[in-house]
Design a binder for this molecule. Structure first.
Ligand SMILES: Cc1ncc(COP(=O)(O)O)c(C=O)c1O
Length: 578
């Protein structure tokens, strides 16, 4: 079937709550994926695990020669965050760990040790150095893969995934996950649906496959299904002559979107999913910030969840979160990317993909001939902490504490941003000795519903010198660059310029150029207030500049000069993270 032919909705509709078979979507595999075969060597692995089997087949190094005798660490207990942090959210400056953090009190830390050998248990599944640092299955270290599967399928998605047997594959994080998905489906000449302001690494991942971006309008509630520039409009009015075949896949960040902070409601998810069914579009849901939904702040409580099939323990924290696209995925067209980068540490380089079995099978083949599996060190440390020390309850408690800590930071930043939004400007001088002064709003923002960022809309077109600056042959983006550099060089406050996030060149020059993304996650909590003040002061001063001052307020080159002078407050410049 031609992937660009709309599928009649009636042939797609299925009973919602039964577990049905996922649709056959193998027509989306590219040629390389169709031709991939299983690793001949890896197919022997099942024999390695037969008790008593003498393994002369595998090219495995001898574990006794691994230089590590144990893996050990002091690790936090799940209760590291103050128990009353949620209540403290209502106070102006909540108490959060200071920097450098004081040594944790002993009762707040546990000792994690992984021995060299741990006899007993099924072969290949001992949490010991000899096993976890050995070559393993592409599906990941068994006990960790099982823990993650239980967590994802039964708790995070609450048994709600509508089709039979959803699968999990461990990855080296979402960047790796997206790379593998592109390897599986992308063909030269494809277009990928994305939010108009999107995560730039996703574009950079798809671009070398010859994939162009198909931007879809979004608002503070995420991608639009309807209206001008919304998903229906883009798909229905696709110009084949100009852009080639209609998009077969979408990349979307639905919770605490990077950069906008938007969170997509269940209702909008259903509308978008329905359109994706109709036009046979695969949804790649990249969700690093899913647990960072600020339910205490702005998120409507208790209205988001679907009925639940699971008999497993229910966690109110997880139940209150906006459900994933997976929970309405009747045909198995959602490929969801999860990562430990924000919930444990980016250096873990570990995450997982959840999708229908046919996708997981092909992605496993891709893994066999690329990363093979995440690092054994990481798998060992994470499974020991999550499964054996914290357990499921502890892991969920940790996530809840983390959410509260980031929400506290977000509130501090938004409070300061709020205070600096307006400035007094001289409008005109009617007579020599009288001036007209007015209050103008220099920027606006929506308090993010999740994630790590505030997306600040700079009202640059209402800057008193805007018209004069453009009449000298400059562009909007250049004026925003002057403001950005001024903040960095004169106030040591480094934000991330919005043009970076434009889905294509036109958006980079216009819409997204009007924004700065500021991150409340990266710096010490007690510096957020001061760093945000610097950001606000820089804008306020810039608003007082005439056209000559706008042109000459900062160096002609990069912002690097400022770094030698004083510490640059990192509010999220892309070069230092994502
Ligand atoms: C939307 C989005 N996707 C993916 C990533 C990277 O994830 P990972 O570290 O798992 O590769 C980030 C990092 O900031 C992100 O914001």
């Amino acid at each position: 079937m031609d992937a660009s032919t709309p599928i009649p909705v009636s042939s797609q509709s299925k009973s919602k709550r039964e577990h049905t078979k996922p649709s056959d979507l193998s027509h989306h595999f590219n040629r390389v994926t169709r031709e991939r075969t299983a690793s001949a060597i890896k197919s022997l692995y099942k024999y390695f695990q037969v008790p008593g089997m003498v393994n002369l087949a595998g090219g495995l190094p001898f574990p006794g020669y691994f230089p590590y005798d144990t893996l050990e660490s002091a690790a936090s207990t799940p209760g590291r965050f103050p128990p009353n942090l949620i209540q403290q959210l209502n106070k102006p400056v909540p108490v959060i760990p200071t920097s450098p953090p004081p040594p944790p009190p002993p009762q707040n830390s546990s000792h994690l040790i992984i021995p060299k050998y741990k006899p007993g248990g099924p072969p290949g599944s001992s949490i010991d150095v000899a096993t976890t640092l050995q070559y393993g299955q592409a599906t990941g270290f068994g006990p960790l893969a099982e823990f993650i599967k239980d967590f994802a399928i039964n708790h995070l998605h609450g048994g709600r995934i509508p089709y039979e047997n959803p699968g999990i594959l461990l990855t080296c994080g979402n960047t790796d996950g997206l790379g593998k998905v592109m390897q599986m489906i992308a063909e030269r000449g494809d277009s990928m649906l994305v939010e108009e302001y999107t995560y730039p690494n996703a574009i950079q991942t798809a671009d070398p496959y010859g994939v162009s971006m198909a931007p879809v309008k979004a608002d503070s509630g995420g991608m639009l299904a309807e209206g001008k520039g919304g998903l229906r409009d883009v798909l229905e009015n696709w110009d084949h002559r100009r852009f080639g075949r209609r998009p077969r896949f979408m990349y979307t960040v639905t919770i605490g979107q990077n950069p906008t902070g938007a969170t997509l409601s269940l209702q909008r998810r259903k509308e978008i999913y329905h359109l994706c069914e109709r036009y046979d579009v695969i949804i790649i849901e990249d969700d690093p910030y899913w647990y960072l939904q600020f339910t205490e702040s702005s998120h409507p409580k208790g209205t988001q969840t679907l009925p639940i099939n699971s008999t497993k323990k229910r966690y109110p924290f997880l139940e209150a979160l906006t459900p994933s696209y997976l929970t309405i995925d009747t045909s198995g067209r959602v490929i969801r990317l999860d990562t430990f980068s924000k919930s444990i540490a980016p250096g873990c380089r570990m995450g997982w993909i959840t999708a229908q079995p046919a996708f997981i099978e092909r992605l496993t083949r891709i893994t066999e001939s690329s990363t093979q599996s995440p690092s054994g060190f990481v798998q060992a440390m994470v499974v020991q902490l999550l499964r054996n020390i914290w357990g499921m309850d502890g892991w969920v408690k940790w996530l809840e504490g983390l959410r509260a800590a980031y929400e506290a930071r977000m509130r501090i930043m938004c409070r300061v941003l709020d205070a600096y939004q307006e400035s007094m400007v001289v409008l005109e001088s009617k007579e020599e000795d009288s001036v007209i002064v007015d209050k103008v709003r220099m920027y606006s923002f929506d308090e993010p519903m999740g994630g790590m960022f505030v997306w600040v809309h700079i009202h640059i077109t209402s800057h008193p010198a805007y018209a004069a600056y453009l009449s000298r042959g400059h562009t909007k983006r250049e004026m925003m660059t002057q403001l950005w550099k001024y903040g960095a060089e004169k106030h040591s406050s480094l934000s991330c310029p919005g043009w970076v996030f434009g889905a294509n060149k036109d958006i980079q020059e216009d819409g997204s150029a009007e924004f700065f993304r500021v991150c409340f996650a990266a710096i010490e909590a007690e510096k957020i207030e001061n760093a945000t003040e610097r950001f606000g002061k820089g804008i306020r001063e810039f608003w007082g500049f005439d056209v000559d001052e706008v042109e000459n307020c900062c160096s002609a080159d990069s912002v690097m000069g400022a770094q030698g002078k004083e510490v640059v407050w990192g509010l999220g410049y892309g070069g230092f993270g994502c």
